[in-house]
Design a protein around this ligand. Structure first.
Ligand SMILES: [Zn+2]
Length: 209
């Protein structure tokens, strides 16, 4: 498929002989399917070839490629680059490397993106949601709404830090509910109160939530 964009044998050999040699034909197929002109396709593939060359220099396996690797190439290597391989246009660089990463992941060669680490509030709400669905038969949609309201309350108090409900003062809960009553429609404020009542009722009956 690279032949759609390059004809010289030494160019094809260089691209196929690098760290990403096994997937550049797939990248080329993707570019052709998207209807890129030969000129733009060549620019993308030159950028991918340059990245592949850098992976070889740094002895980075395609399995280890991810967002951090790409950022290191774009921000750390490119400004100082002295590589004597075609670079492609600067404006195509980011999109080209995103294509490369997508193909690596689609073929199971690179790890999927890591989920952001859960905060204590996330963990507590996950447990709350699971309990409501399993023990109370609450639907997923209702559960999501409840979690959203409780999240706002917990984040307003604890942010991303540890949650310690034993130190919760009644005035903090009352203050939050009063604020919601002022800011929201009566219907939404009612839903907030119901969600918080349910959360604290479950918390009181099973520790930890
Ligand atoms: Zn370089």
């Amino acid at each position: 498929m690279l032949e759609q964009f390059f004809t010289y044998g030494y160019v094809l050999a260089r691209l196929r002989g690098g760290a990403l040699g096994g997937i550049l034909d797939d990248v080329a197929a993707h570019l052709e399917k998207r209807g890129h002109t030969p000129r733009v396709g060549q620019s993308y593939l030159c950028a991918a070839g340059h990245f592949s060359h850098w992976l070889d220099l740094r002895r980075i396996s395609p399995n280890a490629v991810g967002e951090v690797t790409i950022a290191s190439f774009l921000e750390g290597h490119l400004p100082r680059c002295k590589c004597r391989v075609p670079h492609g246009l600067r404006c195509h660089m980011r999109a080209a490397l995103d294509h490369v990463l997508a193909v690596l992941r689609a073929r199971g060669l690179a790890r999927p993106p890591q989920r952001p680490e859960q905060t204590p509030v996330d963990r507590m709400l996950e447990s709350f949601k699971t309990y409501r669905q399993n023990a109370c038969g609450v639907t997923d949609a209702t559960s999501q709404g409840n979690v959203l309201h409780v999240r706002r309350f917990l984040v307003s108090l604890y942010g991303t830090g540890e949650v310690d409900l034993r130190r919760l003062e009644p005035k903090e809960l009352i203050g939050f509910i009063s604020e919601q009553t002022r800011k929201c429609s009566p219907e939404t404020a009612g839903l907030v109160r119901t969600a918080l009542r349910s959360f604290f009722s479950i918390h009181a009956s099973r520790r930890p939530v």
